[in-house]
Design a protein around this ligand. Sequence first.
Ligand code: DX5
Ligand code: ZN
Length: 213
Amino acid sequence: MLVAPSILSADFGHLARDVEAICEGGCDLVHVDVMDGHFVPNLTIGPVVVSAVAKAATKPLDIHLMVENNSFFVDLFAPLKPEYISFHIEEEKHPHRLIQKIRSLGIKPSIVLNPQTRPEELEYLIEDLDMVLLMSVNPGFGGQKFIPSVIEKAQKLKALIEKRNPNCLIEVDGGVNDVNVKELEAAGVDVVVAGSFVYKHPEGIEKAIAALK
Ligand code: DX5
Ligand code: ZN
């Protein structure tokens, strides 16, 4: 299992330190939650702060856009050379076009599905994606409760991926811990995002990442 800790649960007064801690603690990707106060009822960080994150990180960035006007935000973050940019299909009129744009910038494209969105939406997009991100909470905040229907959705998506694009990864985000990670792995999930589980683990960040793996 690949682990992408979400820096939303970091101490923003010591952001570089907390980014270094997950990289030294064995994470695979650094998950960055970008919220605009419109698509979701919360507001986080833009390219100025994320460029400081990129400097501190020794692992690739995994940028999760929770915004209106995706294309504008892709332009803002592309110079930071993230490994992945994920955008919500619920907020994009031209997902196919945006996938091509992200790829043309040398970044791996990924689409996010909210808890209610059907995996069938991806039937004619999956061949062009490097990853699909399934939300297991409603986007906007860390520390929420895991929505178990994501397990069945991951199984359905896995079947589609096996048929059409076996190289595409499945990532799950929200309320992930060392118990539900086992079910996620059995369902075919490749990457888990974890914020509070990693940053607030009583035995520390390294132990938390190891537990998820
Ligand atoms: C929610 C974010 C998540 C969140 C995960 O909108 O996309 O990445 O930070 O935090 P936990 O693991 O605490 O649910
Ligand atoms: Zn996220």
